[in-house]
Design a protein around this ligand. Structure first.
Ligand SMILES: *Cc1c(COP(=O)(O)O)cnc(C)c1O
Length: 482
Protein backbone atom coordinates (compact mmCIF):
# COMPACT_ATOMS: atom_id res chain seq x y z
CA UNK A 1 0.00 0.00 0.00
CA UNK A 2 1.40 3.33 -1.04
CA UNK A 3 1.45 6.27 1.30
CA UNK A 4 -0.33 9.27 -0.16
CA UNK A 5 2.05 12.19 -0.52
CA UNK A 6 1.00 15.81 -0.08
CA UNK A 7 2.31 18.40 -2.52
CA UNK A 8 3.17 20.94 0.16
CA UNK A 9 3.42 20.88 3.92
CA UNK A 10 3.33 17.94 6.26
CA UNK A 11 2.42 14.42 5.26
CA UNK A 12 -0.69 13.54 7.20
CA UNK A 13 -2.54 10.25 7.41
CA UNK A 14 -5.37 10.67 4.90
CA UNK A 15 -8.71 9.04 5.70
CA UNK A 16 -9.63 6.46 3.05
CA UNK A 17 -13.23 6.19 4.17
CA UNK A 18 -16.12 8.63 4.35
CA UNK A 19 -18.46 9.44 7.20
CA UNK A 20 -22.05 8.35 6.59
CA UNK A 21 -23.51 8.06 10.07
CA UNK A 22 -22.54 10.45 12.84
CA UNK A 23 -23.05 10.69 16.56
CA UNK A 24 -23.13 14.05 18.28
CA UNK A 25 -20.51 14.65 20.97
CA UNK A 26 -20.74 16.78 24.10
CA UNK A 27 -17.97 18.97 25.42
CA UNK A 28 -19.34 19.88 28.84
CA UNK A 29 -17.91 22.80 30.89
CA UNK A 30 -14.91 22.19 33.12
CA UNK A 31 -17.02 22.57 36.29
CA UNK A 32 -19.23 19.72 35.13
CA UNK A 33 -16.13 17.68 34.32
CA UNK A 34 -14.92 18.16 37.88
CA UNK A 35 -18.28 16.98 39.23
CA UNK A 36 -18.23 14.01 36.87
CA UNK A 37 -14.80 13.04 38.21
CA UNK A 38 -16.03 13.34 41.80
CA UNK A 39 -19.09 11.24 41.02
CA UNK A 40 -16.95 8.68 39.21
CA UNK A 41 -14.35 8.31 41.95
CA UNK A 42 -11.58 9.84 39.78
CA UNK A 43 -11.73 6.65 37.76
CA UNK A 44 -12.20 7.20 34.02
CA UNK A 45 -13.95 3.81 33.74
CA UNK A 46 -16.77 5.24 35.83
CA UNK A 47 -17.46 8.33 33.74
CA UNK A 48 -20.57 8.22 31.59
CA UNK A 49 -20.34 9.12 27.92
CA UNK A 50 -22.59 12.18 28.29
CA UNK A 51 -19.69 13.79 30.13
CA UNK A 52 -17.01 12.58 27.72
CA UNK A 53 -15.90 14.50 24.62
CA UNK A 54 -13.36 12.18 22.93
CA UNK A 55 -13.61 8.67 24.29
CA UNK A 56 -10.10 7.26 24.10
CA UNK A 57 -10.63 4.77 26.90
CA UNK A 58 -10.35 1.73 24.70
CA UNK A 59 -10.49 0.22 21.24
CA UNK A 60 -12.63 -2.59 22.62
CA UNK A 61 -16.02 -2.66 20.93
CA UNK A 62 -15.63 0.98 19.87
CA UNK A 63 -14.20 0.59 16.37
CA UNK A 64 -16.39 2.00 13.60
CA UNK A 65 -18.21 -0.70 11.67
CA UNK A 66 -18.35 -0.71 7.90
CA UNK A 67 -21.46 -0.46 5.74
CA UNK A 68 -20.93 -4.09 4.77
CA UNK A 69 -20.85 -5.20 8.39
CA UNK A 70 -24.09 -3.35 9.12
CA UNK A 71 -25.70 -4.79 6.00
CA UNK A 72 -24.70 -8.33 6.99
CA UNK A 73 -26.30 -7.82 10.41
CA UNK A 74 -29.68 -7.43 8.73
CA UNK A 75 -29.41 -10.89 7.17
CA UNK A 76 -28.67 -12.74 10.37
CA UNK A 77 -30.19 -16.17 10.75
CA UNK A 78 -31.68 -16.38 14.21
CA UNK A 79 -31.58 -19.99 15.35
CA UNK A 80 -30.51 -21.61 18.59
CA UNK A 81 -28.69 -24.39 16.75
CA UNK A 82 -27.24 -24.70 13.26
CA UNK A 83 -27.58 -21.02 12.30
CA UNK A 84 -26.37 -20.08 8.80
CA UNK A 85 -24.74 -17.03 10.41
CA UNK A 86 -22.50 -19.32 12.38
CA UNK A 87 -21.61 -21.31 9.26
CA UNK A 88 -20.58 -18.07 7.54
CA UNK A 89 -18.44 -17.14 10.55
CA UNK A 90 -16.83 -20.57 10.63
CA UNK A 91 -15.87 -20.11 6.98
CA UNK A 92 -14.44 -16.65 7.67
CA UNK A 93 -12.33 -18.05 10.52
CA UNK A 94 -11.01 -20.78 8.27
CA UNK A 95 -10.33 -18.38 5.36
CA UNK A 96 -8.67 -15.65 7.43
CA UNK A 97 -7.12 -17.48 10.39
CA UNK A 98 -6.59 -20.86 8.71
CA UNK A 99 -8.22 -22.90 11.49
CA UNK A 100 -11.07 -25.29 10.82
CA UNK A 101 -12.47 -25.81 14.33
CA UNK A 102 -14.09 -22.75 15.86
CA UNK A 103 -15.68 -22.20 19.26
CA UNK A 104 -17.59 -18.93 19.75
CA UNK A 105 -17.43 -17.11 23.10
CA UNK A 106 -19.05 -13.88 24.24
CA UNK A 107 -15.76 -11.90 24.42
CA UNK A 108 -12.00 -12.32 24.69
CA UNK A 109 -11.84 -12.93 28.42
CA UNK A 110 -14.44 -15.69 28.06
CA UNK A 111 -11.96 -17.50 25.81
CA UNK A 112 -9.39 -17.04 28.59
CA UNK A 113 -11.81 -18.51 31.08
CA UNK A 114 -12.40 -21.58 28.89
CA UNK A 115 -8.67 -22.12 28.28
CA UNK A 116 -7.82 -21.62 31.96
CA UNK A 117 -10.59 -23.96 33.06
CA UNK A 118 -9.34 -26.64 30.67
CA UNK A 119 -5.61 -26.34 31.25
CA UNK A 120 -4.66 -24.43 34.41
CA UNK A 121 -4.20 -26.33 37.66
CA UNK A 122 -2.57 -25.31 40.94
CA UNK A 123 1.15 -25.12 40.19
CA UNK A 124 0.72 -24.41 36.48
CA UNK A 125 2.98 -21.78 35.01
CA UNK A 126 2.21 -19.91 31.80
CA UNK A 127 5.21 -18.28 30.11
CA UNK A 128 4.16 -15.32 27.97
CA UNK A 129 5.66 -12.30 26.29
CA UNK A 130 3.55 -10.09 28.59
CA UNK A 131 0.31 -10.39 30.50
CA UNK A 132 -3.01 -8.79 29.78
CA UNK A 133 -5.20 -7.84 32.77
CA UNK A 134 -8.01 -10.30 32.11
CA UNK A 135 -5.60 -13.07 31.11
CA UNK A 136 -3.72 -12.84 34.37
CA UNK A 137 -6.92 -12.65 36.40
CA UNK A 138 -8.19 -15.90 34.87
CA UNK A 139 -4.91 -17.77 35.19
CA UNK A 140 -4.50 -16.82 38.84
CA UNK A 141 -8.17 -17.53 39.52
CA UNK A 142 -7.56 -21.17 38.54
CA UNK A 143 -4.43 -21.41 40.71
CA UNK A 144 -1.79 -20.79 38.03
CA UNK A 145 1.01 -18.27 37.77
CA UNK A 146 2.46 -16.34 34.89
CA UNK A 147 6.07 -15.76 33.80
CA UNK A 148 6.60 -12.63 31.74
CA UNK A 149 9.54 -13.17 29.44
CA UNK A 150 9.46 -10.02 27.38
CA UNK A 151 12.60 -8.77 25.61
CA UNK A 152 14.42 -6.32 27.91
CA UNK A 153 13.92 -3.73 25.20
CA UNK A 154 10.17 -4.01 25.73
CA UNK A 155 10.52 -2.19 29.05
CA UNK A 156 12.39 0.73 27.52
CA UNK A 157 9.87 3.49 26.91
CA UNK A 158 11.77 5.44 24.31
CA UNK A 159 13.23 2.97 21.87
CA UNK A 160 13.57 2.35 18.18
CA UNK A 161 13.35 -1.43 18.51
CA UNK A 162 10.83 -2.57 15.89
CA UNK A 163 9.60 -5.62 17.86
CA UNK A 164 9.33 -4.77 21.54
CA UNK A 165 6.66 -7.45 22.01
CA UNK A 166 9.17 -10.25 21.34
CA UNK A 167 9.67 -13.08 23.82
CA UNK A 168 13.15 -13.62 25.26
CA UNK A 169 13.92 -17.11 23.95
CA UNK A 170 16.79 -17.89 26.37
CA UNK A 171 14.58 -16.97 29.32
CA UNK A 172 11.83 -19.13 27.87
CA UNK A 173 14.04 -22.19 27.72
CA UNK A 174 15.45 -21.53 31.22
CA UNK A 175 11.93 -21.17 32.60
CA UNK A 176 10.86 -24.48 31.06
CA UNK A 177 13.96 -26.22 32.45
CA UNK A 178 13.50 -24.85 35.98
CA UNK A 179 9.77 -25.27 36.18
CA UNK A 180 9.40 -28.52 34.24
CA UNK A 181 7.54 -28.84 30.95
CA UNK A 182 4.82 -30.90 32.59
CA UNK A 183 3.74 -27.89 34.67
CA UNK A 184 3.52 -25.70 31.61
CA UNK A 185 0.25 -26.41 29.81
CA UNK A 186 0.95 -23.80 27.16
CA UNK A 187 3.10 -20.86 26.14
CA UNK A 188 1.10 -17.71 25.42
CA UNK A 189 2.07 -15.13 22.82
CA UNK A 190 0.07 -11.93 22.61
CA UNK A 191 -0.07 -10.10 19.29
CA UNK A 192 0.59 -6.32 19.55
CA UNK A 193 1.33 -6.65 23.28
CA UNK A 194 -1.39 -4.47 24.76
CA UNK A 195 -0.08 -3.33 28.15
CA UNK A 196 3.39 -2.29 26.99
CA UNK A 197 2.00 0.08 24.41
CA UNK A 198 0.63 -2.09 21.61
CA UNK A 199 4.04 -3.38 20.54
CA UNK A 200 4.35 -6.22 18.00
CA UNK A 201 6.40 -9.39 17.93
CA UNK A 202 8.23 -10.52 14.81
CA UNK A 203 7.47 -13.71 12.96
CA UNK A 204 11.09 -14.75 13.45
CA UNK A 205 10.49 -14.55 17.20
CA UNK A 206 7.26 -16.53 16.97
CA UNK A 207 9.11 -19.19 14.96
CA UNK A 208 11.74 -19.38 17.72
CA UNK A 209 9.01 -19.78 20.34
CA UNK A 210 7.48 -22.55 18.24
CA UNK A 211 10.82 -24.34 18.00
CA UNK A 212 11.24 -24.32 21.81
CA UNK A 213 7.64 -25.42 22.26
CA UNK A 214 8.23 -28.35 19.90
CA UNK A 215 11.45 -29.29 21.67
CA UNK A 216 9.62 -29.59 25.01
CA UNK A 217 6.28 -30.69 23.59
CA UNK A 218 4.31 -27.69 24.87
CA UNK A 219 1.40 -26.01 23.10
CA UNK A 220 1.52 -22.48 21.76
CA UNK A 221 -1.52 -20.28 22.35
CA UNK A 222 -1.79 -17.06 20.36
CA UNK A 223 -3.88 -14.19 21.74
CA UNK A 224 -4.93 -12.73 18.41
CA UNK A 225 -7.06 -9.83 19.66
CA UNK A 226 -4.75 -7.35 17.92
CA UNK A 227 -3.49 -9.66 15.18
CA UNK A 228 -4.25 -7.45 12.17
CA UNK A 229 -2.14 -4.58 13.49
CA UNK A 230 0.72 -6.91 14.43
CA UNK A 231 0.59 -8.21 10.84
CA UNK A 232 0.66 -4.65 9.46
CA UNK A 233 3.75 -3.81 11.54
CA UNK A 234 5.44 -7.05 10.44
CA UNK A 235 4.76 -5.97 6.87
CA UNK A 236 6.37 -2.56 7.57
CA UNK A 237 9.27 -3.70 9.73
CA UNK A 238 10.29 -7.31 8.96
CA UNK A 239 12.25 -7.59 5.71
CA UNK A 240 11.06 -11.07 4.82
CA UNK A 241 7.46 -9.83 4.67
CA UNK A 242 7.86 -6.52 2.80
CA UNK A 243 6.10 -7.96 -0.25
CA UNK A 244 3.64 -10.21 1.58
CA UNK A 245 -0.07 -9.53 1.83
CA UNK A 246 -1.67 -9.09 5.25
CA UNK A 247 -3.53 -12.34 4.65
CA UNK A 248 -0.32 -14.29 4.15
CA UNK A 249 1.29 -12.70 7.20
CA UNK A 250 -1.74 -13.48 9.37
CA UNK A 251 -1.78 -17.12 8.23
CA UNK A 252 1.97 -17.43 8.82
CA UNK A 253 1.37 -16.34 12.43
CA UNK A 254 -1.68 -18.48 13.11
CA UNK A 255 0.00 -21.55 11.53
CA UNK A 256 2.63 -21.32 14.26
CA UNK A 257 0.06 -21.64 17.06
CA UNK A 258 -1.90 -24.68 18.23
CA UNK A 259 -4.71 -22.55 19.61
CA UNK A 260 -5.71 -19.05 18.54
CA UNK A 261 -8.17 -16.99 20.58
CA UNK A 262 -9.38 -13.45 20.23
CA UNK A 263 -11.64 -10.67 21.36
CA UNK A 264 -13.83 -9.78 18.38
CA UNK A 265 -14.33 -6.41 20.06
CA UNK A 266 -10.87 -5.68 18.64
CA UNK A 267 -10.16 -8.17 15.85
CA UNK A 268 -13.04 -7.75 13.34
CA UNK A 269 -14.39 -4.50 14.89
CA UNK A 270 -17.49 -6.26 16.16
CA UNK A 271 -18.45 -8.00 19.42
CA UNK A 272 -17.86 -11.45 20.80
CA UNK A 273 -14.81 -13.63 20.53
CA UNK A 274 -13.62 -17.09 19.71
CA UNK A 275 -11.15 -19.91 20.05
CA UNK A 276 -9.93 -21.83 17.01
CA UNK A 277 -7.59 -24.71 16.27
CA UNK A 278 -6.81 -27.37 13.69
CA UNK A 279 -6.35 -30.01 16.37
CA UNK A 280 -9.39 -32.20 16.79
CA UNK A 281 -8.41 -33.34 20.31
CA UNK A 282 -8.03 -29.79 21.56
CA UNK A 283 -11.34 -28.90 20.00
CA UNK A 284 -13.09 -31.74 21.75
CA UNK A 285 -11.50 -30.92 25.11
CA UNK A 286 -12.74 -27.35 24.94
CA UNK A 287 -16.06 -28.00 23.24
CA UNK A 288 -17.75 -29.30 26.36
CA UNK A 289 -17.09 -26.05 28.22
CA UNK A 290 -18.86 -23.78 25.72
CA UNK A 291 -22.47 -24.74 26.54
CA UNK A 292 -21.56 -24.56 30.22
CA UNK A 293 -20.17 -21.01 30.26
CA UNK A 294 -21.20 -19.37 26.99
CA UNK A 295 -24.15 -20.81 25.10
CA UNK A 296 -24.85 -23.42 22.47
CA UNK A 297 -21.95 -24.16 20.11
CA UNK A 298 -23.38 -22.21 17.20
CA UNK A 299 -23.80 -18.91 19.06
CA UNK A 300 -21.62 -18.98 22.17
CA UNK A 301 -23.44 -16.15 23.94
CA UNK A 302 -23.19 -13.80 20.96
CA UNK A 303 -26.19 -12.46 19.07
CA UNK A 304 -26.48 -13.70 15.48
CA UNK A 305 -26.18 -10.12 14.26
CA UNK A 306 -22.79 -9.82 15.90
CA UNK A 307 -21.80 -13.16 14.43
CA UNK A 308 -22.54 -11.78 10.95
CA UNK A 309 -20.58 -8.59 11.58
CA UNK A 310 -17.69 -10.62 12.97
CA UNK A 311 -17.54 -12.72 9.79
CA UNK A 312 -17.44 -9.64 7.54
CA UNK A 313 -15.06 -7.85 9.92
CA UNK A 314 -12.62 -10.76 9.82
CA UNK A 315 -12.39 -10.49 6.04
CA UNK A 316 -11.94 -6.70 6.35
CA UNK A 317 -8.90 -7.33 8.56
CA UNK A 318 -7.15 -8.24 5.30
CA UNK A 319 -7.74 -4.73 3.91
CA UNK A 320 -4.65 -2.64 4.53
CA UNK A 321 -6.47 0.70 4.17
CA UNK A 322 -8.67 -0.37 7.09
CA UNK A 323 -6.05 -1.91 9.33
CA UNK A 324 -3.46 0.87 8.96
CA UNK A 325 -5.80 3.77 9.72
CA UNK A 326 -5.51 3.51 13.50
CA UNK A 327 -1.72 2.85 13.67
CA UNK A 328 -1.12 5.75 11.25
CA UNK A 329 -3.22 8.15 13.36
CA UNK A 330 -1.42 6.91 16.48
CA UNK A 331 1.95 7.56 14.84
CA UNK A 332 0.75 11.09 14.01
CA UNK A 333 -0.29 11.71 17.63
CA UNK A 334 2.90 10.18 19.05
CA UNK A 335 5.04 12.30 16.72
CA UNK A 336 3.13 15.47 17.72
CA UNK A 337 3.59 14.75 21.44
CA UNK A 338 7.21 13.80 20.92
CA UNK A 339 7.89 17.05 19.07
CA UNK A 340 6.65 18.90 22.17
CA UNK A 341 8.96 16.88 24.42
CA UNK A 342 6.21 14.74 25.95
CA UNK A 343 7.47 11.25 26.68
CA UNK A 344 5.46 8.46 25.05
CA UNK A 345 6.05 4.82 24.28
CA UNK A 346 8.08 4.56 21.09
CA UNK A 347 8.12 3.46 18.41
CA UNK A 348 4.42 4.29 17.99
CA UNK A 349 2.48 1.07 18.46
CA UNK A 350 -1.12 0.08 17.88
CA UNK A 351 -4.46 0.61 19.61
CA UNK A 352 -3.43 3.95 21.11
CA UNK A 353 -0.76 6.46 22.03
CA UNK A 354 0.77 5.66 25.41
CA UNK A 355 1.84 8.66 27.44
CA UNK A 356 4.59 8.13 30.01
CA UNK A 357 3.17 9.27 33.35
CA UNK A 358 6.26 8.03 35.21
CA UNK A 359 8.20 10.89 33.64
CA UNK A 360 5.48 13.53 33.23
CA UNK A 361 4.33 13.06 36.84
CA UNK A 362 7.70 12.14 38.34
CA UNK A 363 6.74 14.19 41.41
CA UNK A 364 3.90 11.73 42.21
CA UNK A 365 4.97 8.52 44.01
CA UNK A 366 3.86 5.28 42.32
CA UNK A 367 1.72 4.46 45.36
CA UNK A 368 -0.35 7.53 44.52
CA UNK A 369 -0.95 6.28 40.99
CA UNK A 370 0.68 8.86 38.71
CA UNK A 371 -0.94 7.40 35.60
CA UNK A 372 -4.38 7.40 37.21
CA UNK A 373 -3.83 11.00 38.25
CA UNK A 374 -2.68 12.03 34.78
CA UNK A 375 -5.71 10.34 33.18
CA UNK A 376 -8.02 12.19 35.59
CA UNK A 377 -6.23 15.51 34.98
CA UNK A 378 -6.43 15.12 31.20
CA UNK A 379 -10.15 14.45 31.40
CA UNK A 380 -10.62 17.46 33.65
CA UNK A 381 -8.93 19.90 31.30
CA UNK A 382 -10.11 18.47 27.96
CA UNK A 383 -13.01 16.04 28.24
CA UNK A 384 -10.70 13.42 26.70
CA UNK A 385 -11.07 10.08 28.42
CA UNK A 386 -7.95 7.90 28.50
CA UNK A 387 -7.17 4.82 30.56
CA UNK A 388 -4.69 4.26 33.34
CA UNK A 389 -2.27 1.42 32.61
CA UNK A 390 0.04 1.32 35.58
CA UNK A 391 0.07 0.40 39.27
CA UNK A 392 -3.66 1.02 39.61
CA UNK A 393 -4.29 -1.67 36.96
CA UNK A 394 -2.08 -4.14 38.81
CA UNK A 395 -3.41 -6.50 41.41
CA UNK A 396 -1.97 -6.62 44.92
CA UNK A 397 0.33 -9.56 45.69
CA UNK A 398 -0.74 -12.50 47.86
CA UNK A 399 0.19 -10.54 51.02
CA UNK A 400 -1.91 -7.55 50.05
CA UNK A 401 1.00 -5.31 49.08
CA UNK A 402 0.94 -3.02 46.08
CA UNK A 403 2.89 -4.37 43.12
CA UNK A 404 4.41 -1.34 41.47
CA UNK A 405 4.02 -1.41 37.71
CA UNK A 406 7.02 -1.51 35.35
CA UNK A 407 5.48 1.40 33.49
CA UNK A 408 3.01 4.11 34.39
CA UNK A 409 1.11 4.82 31.19
CA UNK A 410 -1.98 6.70 30.15
CA UNK A 411 -3.36 5.05 27.08
CA UNK A 412 -5.14 7.24 24.59
CA UNK A 413 -6.90 4.67 22.44
CA UNK A 414 -7.55 5.45 18.80
CA UNK A 415 -10.29 3.05 17.69
CA UNK A 416 -10.43 2.36 13.96
CA UNK A 417 -11.98 5.07 11.78
CA UNK A 418 -13.69 6.85 14.70
CA UNK A 419 -11.82 10.16 15.11
CA UNK A 420 -10.95 12.92 12.66
CA UNK A 421 -7.52 14.47 12.43
CA UNK A 422 -8.68 17.76 14.01
CA UNK A 423 -9.81 15.79 17.05
CA UNK A 424 -6.39 14.16 17.24
CA UNK A 425 -4.83 17.62 17.01
CA UNK A 426 -7.02 18.79 19.92
CA UNK A 427 -5.71 15.90 22.04
CA UNK A 428 -2.11 16.83 21.23
CA UNK A 429 -2.83 20.50 22.05
CA UNK A 430 -4.44 19.81 25.43
CA UNK A 431 -1.71 17.31 26.34
CA UNK A 432 0.84 20.04 25.58
CA UNK A 433 -0.95 22.46 27.94
CA UNK A 434 -1.14 19.81 30.63
CA UNK A 435 2.52 19.02 30.18
CA UNK A 436 3.44 22.66 30.77
CA UNK A 437 1.32 22.62 33.93
CA UNK A 438 2.21 19.11 35.04
CA UNK A 439 3.53 20.12 38.46
CA UNK A 440 0.01 21.13 39.45
CA UNK A 441 -1.17 17.52 39.13
CA UNK A 442 -1.22 15.57 42.42
CA UNK A 443 -1.77 11.95 43.41
CA UNK A 444 -4.83 9.81 44.12
CA UNK A 445 -5.78 7.36 46.88
CA UNK A 446 -8.40 4.63 47.07
CA UNK A 447 -11.60 5.17 49.01
CA UNK A 448 -13.14 1.97 47.64
CA UNK A 449 -10.90 -0.85 46.44
CA UNK A 450 -12.50 -3.98 44.94
CA UNK A 451 -10.52 -7.21 45.48
CA UNK A 452 -10.42 -8.29 41.79
CA UNK A 453 -9.72 -6.09 38.73
CA UNK A 454 -9.91 -3.06 41.02
CA UNK A 455 -9.25 -0.56 38.26
CA UNK A 456 -12.64 -1.16 36.66
CA UNK A 457 -14.91 -0.04 39.47
CA UNK A 458 -12.58 1.29 42.16
CA UNK A 459 -13.24 4.71 43.69
CA UNK A 460 -10.47 7.24 44.45
CA UNK A 461 -10.01 10.79 45.64
CA UNK A 462 -7.28 13.38 45.11
CA UNK A 463 -4.70 13.59 47.92
CA UNK A 464 -4.97 17.41 47.92
CA UNK A 465 -6.96 20.20 46.24
CA UNK A 466 -4.88 19.87 43.06
CA UNK A 467 -7.93 19.63 40.73
CA UNK A 468 -9.08 23.10 41.86
CA UNK A 469 -5.60 24.53 41.21
CA UNK A 470 -5.55 23.00 37.74
CA UNK A 471 -8.96 24.52 36.97
CA UNK A 472 -7.79 27.96 38.14
CA UNK A 473 -4.78 27.82 35.82
CA UNK A 474 -6.93 26.53 32.95
CA UNK A 475 -9.28 29.52 33.33
CA UNK A 476 -6.35 31.89 33.43
CA UNK A 477 -5.14 30.57 30.07
CA UNK A 478 -8.38 29.74 28.27
CA UNK A 479 -10.86 32.18 29.87
CA UNK A 480 -14.42 30.96 29.57
CA UNK A 481 -13.56 28.62 26.70
CA UNK A 482 -14.53 25.01 27.32
C1 LIG B 1 -9.08 -6.92 25.08
C2 LIG B 1 -8.16 -8.01 25.18
C3 LIG B 1 -8.53 -9.21 25.80
C4 LIG B 1 -9.88 -9.39 26.45
O1 LIG B 1 -10.94 -9.25 25.54
P1 LIG B 1 -12.39 -8.74 25.99
O2 LIG B 1 -13.21 -8.89 24.75
O3 LIG B 1 -12.27 -7.34 26.45
O4 LIG B 1 -12.84 -9.64 27.08
C5 LIG B 1 -7.60 -10.21 25.84
N1 LIG B 1 -6.38 -10.06 25.31
C6 LIG B 1 -5.99 -8.93 24.72
C7 LIG B 1 -4.62 -8.81 24.14
C8 LIG B 1 -6.85 -7.87 24.62
O5 LIG B 1 -6.45 -6.72 24.02
Amino acid sequence: MEEIKFYKGENIPLELHKVRVVQKLNLVPIERRLKALEEGGYNTFRLTTNDVFLDMLTDSGTNAMSDNQLAAMMQADDAYAGSQSFIRLQKAVEDVLGKKYFLPVHQGRAAENILSNAYIRKGSLIPMNYHFTTTMAHITQYGGKIAELLYDEGYVIDSDHPFKGNMNIEKLEDTIKTHGAKNIPFIRMEASTNLIGGQPFSIKNLRDVRAIADKYNIRVVLDASLLGENAYLVHLREDEFKESSLGDIIKTMTDLADIVYFSARKLSSSRGGGICTNDRDIYQELEALIPLFEGFLTYGGISVREIESMAVGLYETLDETMIRQSPDFIAYLVNSLDAYGISTVKPAGVLGAHVNAMEICDHIPQKEYPAGALAAALYLISGVRGMERGTLSNQRDEYGNETLADMELVRLAVPRRVFTLSQIKYVADRMAWLYDNRKLIGGLRFVYEPPVLRFFMGGLEPVSDWPQKLIAKFKEDFGESL
